[in-house]
Design a protein around this ligand. Sequence first.
Ligand code: 5AD
Ligand code: SF4
Length: 444
Amino acid sequence: MLEKSKTYEKSAPRVYIRTFGCQMNVRDSEFVAGILIDNGFTMVKSADSADVILFNSCSVRKHAEERVFGNIGQLKHLKRKRPELVIGLIGCTAQAYKEKAIERSPLIDIVCGTGDEAGLPRLIKDLLKHRRRIVAVDKIGRPKPELFPKFRDGKIKATVSIGEGCDNFCSYCIVPYVRGRERSRDAKNIIKEVKSLAGRGFKEILLLGQNVNSYRAGRGKDFIAILEDLNKIKGIERIRFMTSHPKDAHAELFKAMRGLDKVCEHLHLPIQSGSDRILKLMNRGYTSGKYLKLVEDYRRIVPGGSITTDIIVGFPTESERDFKKTCALLEKVGFDSAYTFKYSPRPPAKSSVLEDDVSSGVKEERLRSVMELQRKISAGRSEKVVGTLVEVLVEGPGRKPGDLAGRTRSNKNVSFEGKKGLIGKTVRVEIVSAEPYALKGRLA
Ligand code: 5AD
Ligand code: SF4
């Protein structure tokens, strides 16, 4: 039993949400904030001023999960000072741990899984009233109600979920177990959501799905059809999407990227490993040869387009030879950037039964070496843009006073001098210098 407090009956409970993890989690936090506001809660920006603190956390890698439990642990003193403070865990980690989350951290009062988030206003109200711990994790895999987030973090760019869950069961991945099987959202509602964002002045949308390009909704609408529909919406200037799976990527998609003026020339296409033996163990459904062929098609059809990827080092049995193949593939493709991760077993994902036999020292060394290699490759890719004119959507002030920051269509960061009035506008910028992950320019 938690301690009783009368404060909630008098005023709107104040909620602070901390989000860890991917864009999908950011989008889910916006959704949760929206429904809480609709139900009389107030959102606040710090833990100190909150009555309810929700941690929305990723469980894809062990590291992310440890961070969230570490952060919850740090609230010990605050909870001691204010025993009525409610601490909640929502999202993938909540779904993965269920009641065990409370065993791991007794500070947690509410555990709410990925399918139960729409019920949070009522769950929190119940908790505040009865002061009994709640674990709600049963509705995993159900479609989210067709509500779109009313609350948005920004004003220029917004994320739009077009589907959730995954059927691919890559052997290392926990996602199918914590987000359920793949379901595509109704195309009509996606269009409605994007129109409403356009009406509110948003310029860029990022379509999200664990496997965005396998989107398939009623009446045969596939991913390309939805891109075509969204491309017609007035006010929206840029459309991006992630994450694409190589097995569902093909020349037709690249042709759509070239043909549809708002769809930006950036493809995030995780390769994970350059070794066919490891790819097979990972159950990825393609070989490095097939991946390279895709890249060749992409480069031919979308000239100047960027390509980014995800890499896992230290998958069980990964030898030095396997790792070298990953490095060779990175060089061959010339990715613009890569997210690199050390393998961690994520039960109940299939590979968690394999011996995690690459030592942490070797994983660390491979990670360092692959990051260093990618940095050089990225530097080369950025260098190529110097001297060219690019289109930049200005997203806000830059780090240096007087600077503005934004992104190119290919998703590269650019900073340049300019007046604040340009925020939200698309401008032409000449690139004058480059670092591996940032460009400097001047207004053209
Ligand atoms: N260990 C390390 N990295 C992982 N990823 C997913 N599962 C694991 C795991 N068990 C990485 C993959 C994926 C990205 C989102 O996280 O590279 O593409
Ligand atoms: Fe996980 Fe593979 Fe699905 Fe991506 S495609 S979410 S890595 S199971």
